[in-house]
Design a protein. Structure first.
Length: 70
């Protein structure tokens, strides 16, 4: 249900890169304008992160990092 703030930040940066920064931006002022417009749109849409990798999945895939509780 909840991910770490770092995971959420990484996801948002990936979305920003894909949706907004996929073209050449000539200068810093244009970059700021583009990111500000994307941020307003993203916040207005009220997007949420849907976590698909659950603890049970992690315990199967990453056994050495997520030991099962006994």
């Amino acid at each position: 249900k909840h991910g770490s703030w770092l995971n959420q930040a990484e996801i948002e940066l990936a979305v920003l890169t894909k949706q907004c920064l996929d073209c050449r931006i000539p200068d810093a002022a244009t970059l700021r304008q583009e990111v500000a417009a994307w941020e307003i749109s993203r916040n207005a849409a009220g997007t949420v992160t849907k976590w698909l990798f659950r603890v049970t999945d992690a315990r199967k895939t990453l056994k050495h990092l997520y030991p099962s509780r006994s």
